[in-house]
Design a protein around this ligand. Sequence first.
Ligand code: NAD
Ligand code: GLY
Length: 364
Amino acid sequence: MINITVNASKKYDVLMEHGALSQAGQHICNVSGDADRKICIITDTTVSELYGQKTQPLWQSLEGAGFEVYEYVFNGGETDKNMSTVVDILEYLAKEGFTRTDLLLALGGGVIGDIAGFTAATYLRGVEFIQVPTTLLAIVDSSVGGKTGVNLSSGKNLAGAFWQPSLVIFDPEVLATLDSALKLDGLAEIIKAGFIDAPKIFALIDNRRVSLDDHDFLTKLAAMAVEVKRKIVEEDERESGNRQLLNLGHTAAHAIEKLSSYSISHGHAVAMGMAIITAAAKSYGWCDDKCPDLMLDTLSAFGLPLKCTYSAAELTSAALHDKKRRGDHITLVIPKAAGSCSLKTIAVDQLEEVFDRGLEVLNK
Ligand code: NAD
Ligand code: GLY
């Protein structure tokens, strides 16, 4: 079993273990105490069918440990990641009589984790929740660190709360039902972590062409990325400083997601966003000579997209609502070398030129 302890405002473990879904009830009791209470699995239709049925290991394990199990299922996807879904879940919990000692359990990808976490942060002014990530992206990034929230029509993740889970439980068996596009979403975030603080990730990826079907290897990479996130979240949980490094590629990525009406997934948009900012860094001479090739070659080796069909003006206009903006300034994350990124604050009216420089290099 891999166990990474995150020592944030709340201390919790990230457990990665084959068969963990069938042990979930016991793991939750170990951290959260008595099981004589309600737990609500929050999930989407696809994941519910795969892992959220009464006869399946997760439910059986929760019931076996003594929990009274409920399930709230909705369509899911980025377009359901909004306030109206949160209100529907809050109403459901209230109708079913959930109290402050009861629990929520997010079973799914990042959309589910973000919505369930935000619901947990607001229901009765805050109840405990457990993250059970079922996408590679969710175990690599979104289930850890306590950022929760929803999109507004003006942009991505514009409403939310910092609310840490009590436990993260990952069963690598769930990777068996993920298609390769969803695995690539997670790989984009693994590459991001490599650039921020884990150059070892590139050595591993390089020495051994990653087979997307090698789930133990993907889990090992995920653990390395979680370790990067753990260190940063412990140092700067509320993102007043270095946590911003985790936003590498995200200013363009959130703009791309919004411009595509969320038809481009978060992970693929992050890949495009990292390509744009790396290419811009090359153009301005902000990074070392090897950095652009490493980023662009690694992304393209997996078939992650580098090119973006939106113009610098479109990206800029969509990025103006980004929550990374502070007044007339916005902070960008600049990759300098493998394992080394820095923060650069620019005036908002310089952003279009940065995007333009990046797109120019990529479109050559
Ligand atoms: P997602 O939750 O929409 O999942 C993607 C798709 O995979 C869904 O259709 C889902 O039904 C399906 N799915 C989930 N698990 C599956 C499985 N095991 N087998 C088959 N299908 C499965 O999206 P995602 O890519 O996991 O997460 C993206 C979201 O995460 C974005 O909204 C992004 O903003 C958010 N995010 C949040 C943070 C954070 O720190 N809170 C970090 C990164 C990303
Ligand atoms: N995914 C960015 C963060 O958690 O800070």
